[in-house]
Design a protein around this ligand. Structure first.
Ligand code: NAD
Ligand code: ZN
Length: 240
């Protein structure tokens, strides 16, 4: 803990990378945890272009269930601490793989959502993008061309938006500390972000109750849950 506090206090350009684990204590299931099932489906198989092509109504049914669940969840101490560190100028960028919007709900402004957001939709045919409809019945259709809408998220097997990636790499090049919270380190290319910081001479701090492929390159490993670990770190870093 002391080493993490020292690295954070001494940093000039700290960035954070968060994954599903940061929202677990808010009540949102992760994909790879024991709760990674919905009905009898493996959820990681529903988050694919193939699943949408084969059965769009099933995929939308799952998304409406997730949207309902997320709407009842509140940011936890990990989200809140990251927002407050940004406000204090300590955290320069927050790169998240999450689509739940809880970082923004906690007050973070500079959030780079590399996998999109469940709160937005886009058309499968034209360039329409917009907010996710409040009531989802069946498969929502585009207000401009009547084609199917899909969640504006990046599914497994899809490429990330180039301009978003550029902004990520811009921050990684300057980063002297990368705080990695609640990610399995298995989803590419996000899993390579901490490696880039390390390769360029920065330090990696990992917060996760379990070991991951990123543990071996981490300078500090804090084996614990995100909210309680970040609350403790916040006390030590800011004295609050
Ligand atoms: P993952 O489900 O693959 O892994 C979650 C990781 O979090 C695991 O390493 C686990 O040990 C750790 N973890 C579990 N509980 C934790 C806690 N309380 N504190 C800290 N760590 C904890 O998640 P991933 O690496 O983000 O990759 C899955 C993909 O699925 C991502 O693309 C993500 O966008 C998406 N996803 C998003 C959400 C969300 O928006 N909340 C939820 C599930 C999956
Ligand atoms: Zn359209």
């Amino acid at each position: 803990m002391e080493e993490a506090v020292r690295l954070i206090k001494d940093s000039q350009h700290m960035v954070a990378l968060t994954g599903a684990g940061v929202s677990q204590e808010s009540g949102i299931p992760t994909f790879r945890g024991t709760d990674g099932l919905w009905r009898q489906y493996d959820v990681s198989r529903l988050a694919t272009p193939d699943a949408f092509e084969t059965n769009p109504s099933l995929v939308w049914e799952w998304y409406s269930w997730r949207i309902g669940l997320i709407s009842e969840c509140r940011p936890n101490r990990a989200h809140i601490t990251l927002a407050s560190w940004e406000h204090r100028g300590l955290l320069k960028a927050l790169i998240t793989q999450n689509v739940d919007g809880l970082h923004q709900a906690a007050g973070s402004k500079n959030v780079i959502e590399v996998h999109g957001s469940i709160h937005h939709v886009r058309c499968t045919v034209c360039r329409y993008r917009g907010p996710t409809p409040v009531q989802i019945e069946g498969i929502p259709v585009c207000p401009e061309c009547r084609a199917y809408l899909r969640p504006d998220v990046v599914w497994f097997g899809e490429a990330l938006d180039q301009s978003i990636l550029q902004s990520v790499y811009h921050h990684l090049q300057s980063a002297d500390v990368c705080l990695v919270i609640g990610t399995s380190g298995l989803v590419q290319p996000a899993a390579t972000f901490p490696f880039i910081v390390k390769f360029l001479g920065g330090h990696v701090i990992e917060i996760n109750p379990d070991r991951t492929p990123l543990t071996d390159i981490s300078d500090v490993r804090l084996a614990g849950k995100a909210a309680e670990t970040m609350a403790r770190l916040d006390e030590l870093v800011t004295g609050t």
